[in-house]
Design a protein around this ligand. Sequence first.
Ligand SMILES: *Cc1c(COP(=O)(O)O)cnc(C)c1O
Length: 376
Amino acid sequence: MKPETACIHAVRDESHSTGAVTVPIYQSATFAHPGVGHSTGYEYSRTQNPTREHVEKLLAALEGGVGASAYASGMAAVSTLMELFSPGDEIIVTDDLYGGSIRLFDHVSIKNGIIIRYVDTSNLSAIEAAMTGTTKAIFIETPTNPMMKVTDIAGVKALINKRDILLIVDNTFLTPYFFNPIALGADIVVHSGTKYLAGHNDTLAGFLVTKSAEIGERLHFLKNTIGGVLSPFDAFLVTRGIKTLAIRMEKAQKNAMAIAQWLKEQPKVTTVHYPGLPEHPAYELSRRQARGFGAMISFSTDSVETAQNILNKTELILFAESLGGVETLVTYPVTQTHAYVPEAERMKRGIDDKLLRLSVGIEAVEDIIGDLARAM
Ligand SMILES: *Cc1c(COP(=O)(O)O)cnc(C)c1O
């Protein structure tokens, strides 16, 4: 089954007899038992819920994993994931990371005795140099947020070789429609389902997809124990969103390509970071390991004034955090997504007051470009 077909048909709900084409919302906290020693397989919705299980199976099918667990948000997923680790464990983490993940690692994981080593994972030798006898995992985001650096997942897997190191990939930006890290050696795939999967800026969700059943079971145990689970209604919304994932990703990517090309020609734009541009350092790698480049672009302007004009004066494009919805959004990483990153670190990574991030939506591309042109 091709990915676009899988988004619609990979999982069928056969738990009921009505023939309903969409999965029902099982808005029930608890489930009754037929008798002592008998169970329907459902007890309590923190533990199992049929609507949530449906979207978990769908994510597992789309990513090529054996199972998945669904959480109330991407951050609930990542924090549950961190409970796999113990004090003294070292984790190598992509340095150009989603700001919320940095906040979690720097303020919570560190307190729990976990050692985080930030590395530019687009550079394989930097990963090799950071690996020690106590490295327990490598956590990669690719392309990165907001600088759009790309990590060679098969290359990282080769470095790990047979060592007992979990390879974890946050695949929020490309989605399983464009990229399947498990096929390249990843053990766990992370998603903020809030973004492209749900796709309409109307719900929060998170997922962990696993290659092995054993890690999947440990995560289900942690999910049930910690309790940050996805609600039945939000599970339904994500399932519905995924039905149109393919056409949304195709259209958003087509728009992003045109916008990146247009931005490159603008005198008030100094740099454009988009892996779909042939001059991007990871253009070839992206083509090799993924089926698409996604629809996230970051770019630098000639002055703070130009950057702020875009933020203040666009009418169609909304100045808002988040990404992956049908609406085009512009983000100011320096004050929004990356405000938690210490200033020196931000500057080192190029996240300054002239950098903007665009999450390109599915509007007519002429309208998006017209809006940017007017604002500039
Ligand atoms: C948004 C995001 C997260 C966090 O997800 P939430 O659903 O907002 O909690 C994690 N990783 C990436 C790459 C994200 O964009």
